[in-house]
Design a protein around this ligand. Structure first.
Ligand SMILES: [Ca+2]
Length: 149
């Protein structure tokens, strides 16, 4: 009887914890996307168009594994306009296959506003999901799956 009560308590705690943890993820409203075949395991990949370039597969993805404070260092000729041929202000979908949480900043040098992206998760459309289409300018990798950094 004592044992049974403990099991019940643990189940209730787990259920209670499950709700806020799920809501902490910005992509929680939609099902987590699967890693696209164009994003290698353990990389953070970004794409010019939505759904990981599903409808524009010839456009190649960009990728990083570490913090990048200035996305202007990566050229990408199809990023036009203010992107000036770089990944700055150009990404529309991203997939994070690293084990860490990342912050996606709208400014250079990892300052100002940002959105979180947890491990093995993605935004299929940064515009509709986060109002962040074509604005990300720098990326910061956290030290773990925690987004509190
Ligand atoms: Ca920007």
């Amino acid at each position: 009887m004592f044992h049974k009560r403990i099991v019940t308590t643990v189940a209730v705690l787990t259920a209670a914890l499950g709700v806020p943890l799920a809501n902490a993820s910005p992509a929680a409203a939609a099902a987590k996307p699967s890693r696209p075949s164009t994003c290698e395991a353990n990389w953070f990949c970004f794409y010019k168009d939505d759904q990981f370039n599903k409808n524009n597969p010839r456009d190649t993805r960009g990728r990083v594994q570490q913090t990048q404070k200035d996305l202007r260092v990566f050229s990408h000729p199809t990023c036009k306009g203010r992107s000036n041929g770089t990944w700055n202000d150009c990404m529309t979908s991203v997939f994070n296959d690293t084990a860490a949480c990342w912050h996606l900043f709208d400014s250079l040098n990892n300052i100002g506003g940002y959105h979180n992206l947890g491990a093995h998760d993605g935004y299929v459309n940064l515009g509709t999901q986060a109002d962040y289409n074509d604005v990300v300018s720098s990326l910061k990798r956290g030290g773990s799956s925690s987004c509190a950094f």
